[in-house]
Design a protein. Structure first.
Ligand SMILES: Cc1cc2nc3c(=O)[nH]c(=O)nc-3n(C[C@H](O)[C@H](O)[C@H](O)COP(=O)(O)OP(=O)(O)OC[C@H]3O[C@@H](n4cnc5c(N)ncnc54)[C@H](O)[C@@H]3O)c2cc1C
Length: 435
């Protein structure tokens, strides 16, 4: 298998197709392994490549939103996914939504017709021991079991996570500063947390709305019992009115400076980045629908006008605990010939996964041609995602979608023009290197 003089890719999803396109554009042969239609994951149903398994939206197209900035960078790199999305766009306000059948058909035909790409309709089960040419693993959030085992063997025990259990992330600028106080439990001087105090009336209203809210159902392949150790807040709330007050909303060790008393309940926010633009709500993983999250969390005075950079969720998702395992070039630390791409890297979403396919394709081609792989500047949207994945922290990686908080610029919404210009300049540098 390894005698093939080209680059092998596992998975013809969004990332795999982007990578194949980038590599073939550079005149290099590709072998693209796709287990469909012989074997389908629990969510895939179409034999076509780049299947959109759920929503048909690739999020905002607005050039002043983070998702729009990312798209503009991908367009500069000739994204195949966006080429198809723009051809088969359906109207959806400011979002780039597509006719999913036409979208996947176009990509499948383009890949199948490409003389440099050989599609092999087989499951790829085992990462070979001796890898002499680049191999890109882009088998997605529902990677087959045998390959998942092999990835764990290759990257190390516990290197893979199988569920997202994520709390919402809020933009600091959107918090009501009069309605929270900074403090750490039992610490007078440490002010690491944002604490949003609730009165008894506010707490009871919040619990009632939480229980009554509209939730997303689990898919049949998502076993609910798995989440006992990491329950959605609404499930905790339904076990008794005080459960949350003795759990993630416990007020112990905290005194509200306004009242000089311990609040009835507290919601804590923990910082996500050093410049403190992004804050996650501690222990608030939830299956509430997105609009319901906005409505129910809006009951909390400090979050009245909160802007969500990421919504809470719990779903099946295979991804790498990338820091320390993956470099910002998408090469694995263990073997620079092995690349990880797509959602498996720890990014979240169609567009982000596609972007990670483009990067893996460009860098695998460069390694194949004995050139140094590219490190995207942290001022680009792509660079912020790569930095998030590869930055060495002791925190467990939580999957991340693109958002303004990642750009590490104070007051990102006010400084949007600066972010856009930095992205343009950063991409200019990249284009100059790869042209
Ligand atoms: C249930 C569910 C719902 C989702 N809903 C949304 C949503 O609404 N919006 C959004 O932005 N994102 C959503 N996502 C995430 C989305 O699926 C990913 O962002 C995106 O599809 C990832 O692209 P990818 O190329 O990494 O993986 P995929 O697009 O999943 O592609 C991976 C490919 O690899 C193949 N494969 C797997 N294992 C093997 C193997 N061993 N050998 C050969 N081939 C293999 C698969 O058949 C598949 O074709 C959802 C994910 C899931 C699981």
């Amino acid at each position: 298998m390894q005698k093939f003089n080209g680059i092998e890719i596992i998975g013809a999803g969004l990332a795999g197709c982007e990578a194949a396109n980038q590599i073939s554009k550079r005149g290099i042969n590709v072998r693209l392994y796709e287990m469909k239609p012989k074997k389908f994951s629990a969510a895939h149903t179409s034999p076509n490549f780049s299947e959109l398994v759920c929503s048909n939206s690739l999020k905002s197209n607005d050039p002043e939103k983070a998702a729009g900035i990312l798209k503009n960078e991908m367009l500069r790199l000739d994204s195949l996914i966006l080429e198809s999305a723009l051809k088969f766009q359906v109207s959806a306000g400011g979002a780039l939504a597509v006719d999913r059948e036409e979208f996947s058909n176009y990509i499948t035909k383009k890949i199948n017709k490409n003389p440099l790409i050989e599609v092999i309709s087989e499951e790829f089960s085992e990462i070979p021991i001796d890898i002499e040419k680049p191999l890109i693993i882009s088998s997605g959030p529902l990677t087959s079991e045998s390959l998942s085992n092999s990835i764990e063997k290759f990257c190390g025990t516990d290197s893979l996570s199988f569920y997202d259990s994520i709390s919402p992330i809020i933009l600091y600028d959107s918090l009501d500063s009069k309605s929270f106080f900074r403090a750490s439990r039992y610490e007078e001087k440490q002010a690491d947390y944002i604490n949003c105090p609730l009165s008894e009336i506010e707490y009871k209203k919040f619990i009632a709305e939480l229980i009554a809210s509209d939730k997303t159902e689990f898919h049949s392949f998502e076993k609910i019992k798995y989440f006992e150790s990491c329950l959605p807040i609404e499930v905790m709330a339904s076990r008794g009115e005080d459960t949350l007050r003795f759990g993630p909303m416990k007020p112990v060790g905290l005194i509200d400076p306004k009242t000089q008393r311990r609040p009835y309940a507290v919601i804590q926010l923990r910082k996500e980045n050093e410049n403190e633009s992004m804050w996650n709500i501690v222990g608030f993983q939830t299956k509430m629908k997105i609009n319901e999250q906005k409505r129910v969390f809006g009951i909390i005075p400090a979050l009245k006008k909160a802007e969500f950079l990421r919504f809470g969720s719990i779903h099946r998702n295979t991804y790498l605990n990338s820091p320390g395992i993956l470099k910002n070039t998408l090469q694995t630390v263990k073997n620079p010939n092995v690349f990880i791409a797509g959602q498996l890297t720890g990014v979240e979403g169609y567009t982000e996964s596609s972007a990670m396919g483009i990067v893996a394709g460009i860098n695998a081609s460069r390694v194949f041609n004995n050139h140094k792989p590219i490190e995207f500047p942290k001022t680009t949207a792509i660079g912020t995602l790569l930095n998030y994945l590869s930055e060495n922290t002791d925190k467990e990686l939580q999957p991340m979608n693109i958002n303004l908080g990642l750009f590490n610029i104070e007051k990102p919404k006010k400084n949007i023009n600066k972010i856009i210009n930095n992205s343009k300049n950063g991409m200019e540098e990249i284009i100059n290197i790869i042209k």
